[in-house]
Design a binder for this molecule. Sequence first.
Ligand code: NAD
Length: 356
Amino acid sequence: MKTYNIALIKGDGIGPEIIDEAVKVLDAVSSSFDFDFKYEEVLMGGCAYDETGDPLPQETIRIALKSDAVLFGAIGGEKWDNLPREKRPESGLLRFRKELGVYANLRPAIVYDELINASSLKPEIIKGVDIMVVRELIGGIYFGEPKGRDDNKGYNTMVYTKDEIVRIAHQAFKIAQKRDKRVCSIDKANVLDVSQLWRDTVTEVAKEYPDVELSHMYVDNAAMQLVLNPRQFDVMLTGNIFGDILSDEASMLCGSIGLLPSASVGEKIGVYEPIHGSAPDIAGQGVANPIATIGSASMMLRYALGEIEAADQIDNAIKRTLQEGYRTGDLSQFDAKEVCSTSEMGSIIANYATKK
Ligand code: NAD
């Protein structure tokens, strides 16, 4: 029997509620395979600041780096919004990604047929959408120097080195090879020098993947095309800030932010987390949708642990649950047969994910 060591970061707000459901599903699915999980819970975010004075204690990095993968809920909340920037939960998360070297953020945006009416776009526009946004995560304007502000002026710098672009481009092409073999690289090369380097470098890397078709698109056009004709995209390759914005836009094609998982991967380790935040407005009420986090657990099985069959079992269980009309509150207006709590939703998926 193989045991996988998983670092669990529940975080703030709805974080603990949704992680508990993902763990329920992981344990259920593992019962039909020859592996199990050993979880080690560590702190990050506002709860870590409250307990240790640091939103990212060193211990969290140490445990994360010696585990097989990290499963993460969400951090942040109003309570910590007025702390100095380096003490805020969000700073802890940025530092965490940097320390772990997770440079590639993979965000699938899939429109489930059962939820086709949940999108704000017309069904005929979004039916069959299946996009993977591959976003560079630890470079670009969120990290570039110099940066600063005084009373009169604020500035940040968008910097990318060739090496940083090469490694994220390889990720995108490799993922495209397992999908529809199309990469659309997003930039602002008509205005930004950093984007021209991005475009030239991606074009060079593409030569190693003759089976994958490469196109380029300016980010403003991409924002428009995503709502005009989203089916045209397979893999979207982006820098940090462009991907941050476009992947949120892509997520809304799918109906609820509570549905969408993500993986942040690097050479050492991967962090698996929903794309949404800590949703303080609904925390503690038992109404959060756990599907994004359960889907992230499935990505962990697929990408970090190579347990493809188990991942498929979870993905199929999510689909079946939606097909049968179970919905959490965020999706209750869309063909719901039964509205469930966070925990009921987790139990239904866990049950379907267990091979009988
Ligand atoms: P949010 O994603 O937390 O919430 C946006 C809206 O979506 C809210 O109305 C919320 O109730 C709803 N929502 C989010 N997840 C849901 C779920 N699983 N089920 C049902 N509804 C859900 O974004 P926000 O309100 O802008 O930010 C709240 C806090 O989260 C802030 O402190 C922010 O900094 C932090 N944040 C953290 C992360 C992260 O941990 N990765 C990401 C984004 C925001």
